[in-house]
Design a protein around this ligand. Structure first.
Ligand SMILES: [Zn+2]
Length: 422
């Protein structure tokens, strides 16, 4: 299969200005990129006239939860039988591809094998979706984020409660045996968890060290839910590779992140906070006002931390914790607007965070995230200029196509969310 995308406005992801150009694709890879005026041997290739539309690398979601299927409570995920849950996960994967995301780093699965199964099904071509790095469920301490149990009531949620380094190690090894690429550790609590608030680092040093070691010893990665300053420090000190949230960073935490900036990735998952805050502001009950106060503090802390992290050159991924009722799947491109509006990113910077940096986070910087020869043909052809207004990427109707591995898809409303063009 040879395909020439002719007459495009090519933004290659390196930070260079877009230029009128053409891109030649053979099977799943880009083989040539040239300015429009230059000759290019495209004999035998099918030719597409891009009509001067914006051609860019496919986006990479840095904090995906494909098996979080927009339920209002975590325990509702626990109630889903695995068979049903797998199909709902498949639906979310198609939705994400239709939203322009051709790769995704998972931030956790709701059951041990869900990410692994959907990753493998996508790779085998059994269903459509972003190429995925699969994560474990959230390993969490008793009473931590994702422990849905009560003393009188056993309930599963999206977390697997483990206490002490031995239990963390055993569960991490079990998840690794089942094929996950990433072990997820909930080091801090969260804003909705009374027994583990977002400012508390509830997972101990020894527990974090055990989880990270289990992953690293076989060359896989560890990721952390870390809102509290101390949880960020604990994550950096024990070698966690991807540190999510980082809201309540103090100066020492920021210094540690800066010192590890060539090793760690961060992703704020900020859409969740913005949506919860907006929702709470519209609720004039005592509970609504209390939540609004709490969400305002975390919102302000997250903004302060990420403005500073950006200045210090910490690698911040686009990734938004989509998959909750108040932050549904498929709206992932909204993150780009939030980075510009709240964290001081320029459109070009956030586009690179969503593409080039995403390729690094996928551990494939030599073939994901740029429009360059030898890279995978993961491309978006967009009617609009995201460098002028990143919000155009939120409108699926503007995608002439989403290409992954050289295959063109057109987003559509409702399931199956994307249709293959050939
Ligand atoms: Zn998450």
């Amino acid at each position: 299969m040879r395909l020439l995308i002719d007459n495009a406005k090519v933004w290659d992801g390196t930070g260079a200005a877009p230029f009128p150009g053409k891109v030649l694709i053979e099977d799943e890879r880009i083989v040539a990129v040239a300015p429009q005026a230059e000759a290019l041997d495209a004999s035998g290739a099918e030719k597409i006239d891009a009509g001067a539309k914006f051609l860019m690398p496919g986006m990479v979601e840095g904090h995906a939860h494909l098996s979080f299927v927009d339920t209002p409570r975590g325990t509702w995920l626990g109630e889903l039988p695995p068979e049903d849950h797998a199909f709902l996960t498949m639906d979310a994967a198609r939705k994400m591809l239709g939203a322009g995301f051709t790769s995704a780093v998972s931030g956790a699965a709701a059951k041990i094998r869900l990410d692994v199964a959907i990753r493998d099904a996508i790779d085998k071509g059994l269903t459509d979706g972003p190429r995925l790095l699969a994560a474990s469920p959230e390993l969490t301490v008793t009473g931590g984020l994702g422990d849905g149990r009560r003393l009188h009531l056993h309930q599963e949620s999206f977390g697997v409660p483990v206490d002490g380094p031995d239990e963390v190690r055993r569960m991490a090894r079990l998840c690794l045996r089942e094929g996950v690429d990433t072990i997820k550790l909930n080091i801090s609590g969260d804003f909705g968890t009374e027994s583990a608030p977002s400012e508390a680092a509830v997972m101990t040093d020894a527990e974090v060290a055990a989880g990270v070691e289990a992953a690293h010893v076989i060359g896989r990665r560890a990721a952390a839910h870390a809102r509290a300053a101390e949880s960020v420090k604990r994550a950096v000190r024990h070698g966690v590779d991807i540190i999510y949230h980082c809201d309540h960073c103090d100066d020492e935490a920021l210094d540690l992140l800066e010192g590890a900036k060539d090793r760690v990735f961060c992703a704020p998952a900020f859409s969740l906070i913005v949506n919860r805050l907006e929702g709470a502001r519209g609720d004039n009950t005592a509970r609504g006002r209390e939540l609004a106060g709490r969400m305002t503090r975390i919102y302000e802390d997250a903004c302060r931390a990420h403005v500073e992290m950006r200045k210090r050159g910490v690698r911040i991924l686009v990734g938004g914790d989509y998959g909750f009722a108040h932050n549904p799947q498929g709206r992932n491109a909204r993150d780009l607007e939030l980075f510009v509006r709240h964290f001081g990113f320029s459109p070009g910077e956030v586009l690179q965070a969503a593409t080039r940096l995403g390729g690094e986070a996928m551990m494939r910087p030599h073939e994901i995230g740029l429009v360059k020869p030898a890279y995978l043909a993961d491309l978006l052809l967009v009617d609009g200029d995201p460098l002028a207004d990143v919000r155009v990427l939120q409108d699926k109707g503007r995608f002439a196509f989403v290409m992954k591995d050289g295959v063109r898809y057109v987003p559509c409303e409702g399931a199956p969310h994307v249709r293959r063009l050939h």
